[in-house]
Design a protein around this ligand. Structure first.
Ligand SMILES: C[S@@+](CC[C@H](N)C(=O)[O-])C[C@H]1O[C@@H](n2cnc3c(N)ncnc32)[C@H](O)[C@@H]1O
Length: 421
């Protein structure tokens, strides 16, 4: 057997002398937290900008910031939003001062974040990393490039100049839906009222309204599934469908499952919901939502709704909720999409819209064939389509007459006439 080598004893490196010019300065708490927040913000910004450039649906800014990997959520969120709001100016300044060389181009999101601090941020000392050092040395050049841009744009002052570039400030109230499987509305009102101004929505039962920008991501009622942060339009769908306890409902395109668990609450946990989802990762998210809601009557079906056999095993289904993939225009403000570069230009991604519209058309046609096949014995047939028409976020609720042989044609006729398909 080979004998173990005796561990070589290396002399301990001598601690560096404080006179060493390359030694990094020790950071105080505020500087350290600013340093890390900038790196976390750069990571989020990278994902957001990449997704936006490819026009691919990535997670929203909020969900990226609120992921467990981000430690300083408040500072990171503020930095990402402010940098995005000023991004066009920052890019113009960096370009005219000729700052983004090939080395820093590879970390451009970090440069954008620090440049925001240099040009518009509070007086935070730019220490901690090489990127900070790099831009601190170029602070004067950047500020003079900014001053020249103000003159070129004929703005009266810097505030007027910034206003020229600002996306519209879209503020909407914050809505939460009480999950009545776990908590009643009055208890939720009482609990939230301890911290926030809160009232009942005047239209949708179980929906509460709080001031814009209310941050609830860490609230115990959210964490334990007693309330769901859910927009008014989204909460309207299951409420309008109005499923009765004991029904069997098919939620055709269901992740992340906000409407699925709303259905479950309205059905008071009685009956059955089949929640179909094509995407594997999103199906997992759907399962998490279902678990959090405490609903015991939801069956997650990971698969393609278009492959559900209209003559197949769902003969007891009384309603279909169809909420197919859409442009997300209805939730753009909530997702802060108006801050993204692609939304601040007038370019419309028609190819993507056409693709979505084609899928929605197929999904609608399939839902109709299912409806007229397996909803045959039911006299309450409801098909909910959310965001059917991507660019105007039209919600279409079709509640046909009790089934008869004419229905499909009538319904197809109505839909065709309304939407020009
Ligand atoms: C607009 S989202 C649904 C949102 C959901 N109703 C809610 O309220 O949380 C559309 C979902 O449909 C899924 N999807 C797209 N094509 C599908 C298909 N052919 N079959 C089943 N699910 C599909 C997408 O992956 C996406 O998760």
């Amino acid at each position: 057997m080979a004998r173990n080598k005796a561990p070589s004893v290396k002399p301990k490196p001598k601690p560096k002398q404080t006179t060493d010019k390359s030694a990094k300065p020790r950071l105080n708490n505020a500087e350290r937290s600013a340093y890390f927040a900038r790196r976390e913000a750069a990571k989020v910004l990278h994902t957001v900008l990449q997704g936006d450039a490819k026009r691919q649906a990535v997670a929203s800014i909020k969900s990226l910031v609120y992921s467990p990997s981000i430690r300083n959520k408040k500072a990171t969120f503020a930095l990402v939003c402010q940098t995005l709001k000023h991004l066009r100016i920052i890019k113009d300044v960096l370009e005219s001062a000729n700052i983004l060389n090939s080395k820093w181009k590879r970390q451009e999101e970090l440069i954008y974040i620090i440049a925001y601090d240099v040009l518009f941020g509070k007086e935070i000392s730019l220490v901690g990393g090489d990127a900070e050092k790099f831009l601190a040395c170029r602070k004067d050049a950047m500020q003079s490039a900014l001053a020249k841009l103000v003159v070129r744009k004929k703005a009266k002052n810097i505030d007027d100049f910034i206003a020229l570039y600002q996306p519209p400030d879209i503020t909407k109230p914050c809505y939460v839906r009480v999950n009545t499987l776990k908590l009643d509305v009055d208890s939720a009102l009482h609990e939230l009222g301890k911290q926030f101004k809160v009232q009942k929505d005047d239209m949708i039962p179980h929906l509460l309204v709080l001031p814009p920008h209310t941050d609830l991501h860490n609230h115990s009622l959210v964490l334990n599934g007693s309330i769901f942060v859910q927009g008014k339009a989204s909460s309207m769908v299951a409420a309008v469908l109005d499923p009765k306890p004991g029904w069997e409902v098919l939620d055709a395109c269901s992740a992340p499952g906000n409407k699925t668990v709303h259905l479950a609450a309205l059905m008071k946990g009685k009956g059955k919901i089949i929640a179909c989802e094509l995407n594997k990762d999103r199906a997992k998210r759907l399962e998490d939502t279902v678990r959090l809601s405490g609903a015991a009557n939801i069956e997650v079906l990971h698969g393609d709704f278009l492959n559900i056999d209209p003559k197949g095993p769902f003969s007891k289904v009384s309603a279909i909720l169809l909420d197919p993939s859409c442009s997300g225009s209805g939730t753009a403000a909530q997702r802060l999409d108006h801050l993204l570069p692609s939304r601040t230009t007038d370019v419309v991604d028609t190819e993507r819209l056409n693709r979505l519209a084609a899928f929605q058309k197929k999904a609608l046609a399939h839902a109709l064939s299912c409806m007229f096949s397996f909803l045959i014995d039911s006299n309450t047939l409801i098909l909910q389509l959310l965001s059917w028409y991507p660019s105007c976020n039209l919600k279409l609720l079709i509640s046909p007459e009790p089934y008869n042989s004419q229905n499909e044609r009538v319904l197809r006729g109505r839909v065709s006439k309304k939407r020009g398909i």
